[in-house]
Design a protein around this ligand. Structure first.
Ligand code: FAD
Ligand code: EPU
Length: 341
């Protein structure tokens, strides 16, 4: 197979800095390489920036490391700019570039690590915006059929940290390699400043009517304050989903814990803050072996050096147990957990 390497160390390719090796590895800089490798390997994993990944073992298959570059204005009409980017483009650089071109709309998603191609997989979201709201379509190569397929927003079935790729388990099969994503950035732009941290940060800067660059700067500042830089303290961002629970459960918890953050969802349920639950369960800034829950944001599991998948599993289970015992709420892991194949 074209330029395929063997027995590659995955340590530099996952931001939680867990050990692991790939039996086979291909750096994909052009979509046509995918067609060459489609039929060869039964076990595949499609890797972007490795920032939402927990490696639990060596991977006995083919890792396709997406590095397709390119970004351009694909079209424009009276309502919107349509901007296209290659799957391997760095997400934050891409957001910055759109803002520099004068196409606002992605600023609330500034500084999220990883690649453009991974963004639709879990419908990345932050500070009052989800990718789904700015998504137009994507192109993916189906490694099973050898076909190139286009997905529009409806076909992606986006939800909270969710998409059809996860719902169907395709992300673990390595079935669809996303090669490019097109965004729809509406010309009727309005700053999204309802998220508490964003509103507070802008107020502290005495900004009443922010432009997109100012919103981006506020989001970057908030993130730099709260979230560990993976280059310095290895992590995979939020380690658990924020649990979405029935209103009856939320009300019962609120009666016992009146200060608990609780957000109504459009389906009538309530979203709880996992970080708050973990902090209340005594895990904020607490380590178990070489891993721990971050001192400035209890939802982020950090590897303080030399941590293994077994260390991560032990801590994950201890946090889940204590939150379950204290609140009766089940926490589910947010990153992708990758086994041997
Ligand atoms: P990877 O970790 O490499 O892969 C993630 C999944 O996507 C895997 O299933 C993989 O198979 C699949 N995948 C990757 N590329 C492709 C492709 N081209 N085609 C098909 N499948 C692909 N996420 C948020 O939503 N909001 C946040 O605010 C946020 N903050 C974070 C902060 C920190 C400090 C960190 C470390 C992570 C954070 N994350 C956040 C999680 C992470 O940044 C996102 O999930 C990101 O989209 C992952 O991109 P990646 O390229 O690193 O993907
Ligand atoms: N909180 C605590 N203690 C903590 C952490 C949080 O009490 O240690 C409370 C906060 O005070 C706040 C609430 O929990 O009332 C929510 O906290 P925050 O605004 O920091 O956001 P989050 O719910 O913890 C989610 C996403 C993040 C995203 C931020 C901003 C999930 C799983 N996480 O975190 O995404 O950046 O909102 O929108 O939805 C990621 O997915 O990796 C990620 C970092």
């Amino acid at each position: 197979m074209h330029n395929c390497l063997t027995d590659i160390d995955l340590f530099p390719f996952n931001t939680l800095a867990l050990p692991g090796r790939a039996a086979r590895y291909l750096r994909v800089t052009e979509a046509k390489q995918l067609a060459d490798s489609a039929l060869g390997d039964r076990y595949r994993f499609i890797l972007g920036g490795g920032s939402n990944l927990v490696l639990t073992d060596d991977f006995d298959g083919l890792v396709l490391h997406m590095a397709i570059s390119g970004r351009e204005l694909a079209g424009e009409d009276a309502e919107a700019w349509y901007v296209r980017a290659g799957a391997g483009e760095n997400w934050h650089d891409f957001v910055q570039w759109t803002l520099a071109q004068g196409w606002p709309g992605l600023e609330n998603l500034s500084l999220i690590p990883g690649t453009v191609g991974a963004a639709p997989i879990q419908n990345i979201g932050a500070y009052g915006l989800e990718l789904a709201e700015r998504f137009h379509s994507l192109v993916a190569f189906d490694m099973n059929s050898g076909q190139t397929v286009r997905f529009d927003a409806k076909a992606c079935r986006f939800g909270y940290r969710d998409s059809v790729f996860k719902q169907e388990g395709w992300h673990l099969e390595g079935r669809f390699a996303i090669t490019e994503v097109t965004f729809r950035l509406p010309k009727a732009w309005q700053a999204l400043t309802r998220y508490r941290d964003v509103a507070d940060e802008l107020a502290s800067r005495n900004i009443v009517d922010p432009d997109a660059q100012q919103v981006a700067a506020a989001v970057v500042a908030i993130r730099q304050r709260k979230l560990p830089d993976p280059a310095l303290i290895p992590n995979a961002g939020s380690f658990f989903h924020n649990p979405v629970v029935d209103v009856v459960i939320a009300d019962r918890l609120l009666a016992a814990h009146p200060g608990m953050p609780c957000y109504p969802q459009t389906d009538g349920r309530r979203k709880l803050a996992a970080g708050w639950l973990i902090e209340q369960a005594g895990w904020k800034g607490r380590d178990l072996g070489p891993v721990g829950m971050y001192e400035k944001q209890a939802l982020v599991l950090v590897n303080r050096g030399g941590g293994t998948a077994a260390d991560v599993a032990k801590l994950m289970q201890a946090v889940q147990r204590d939150v379950r015992e204290k609140f009766g709420v089940e926490l589910t892991p947010e990153p992708i957990i990758l086994g041997a194949h």
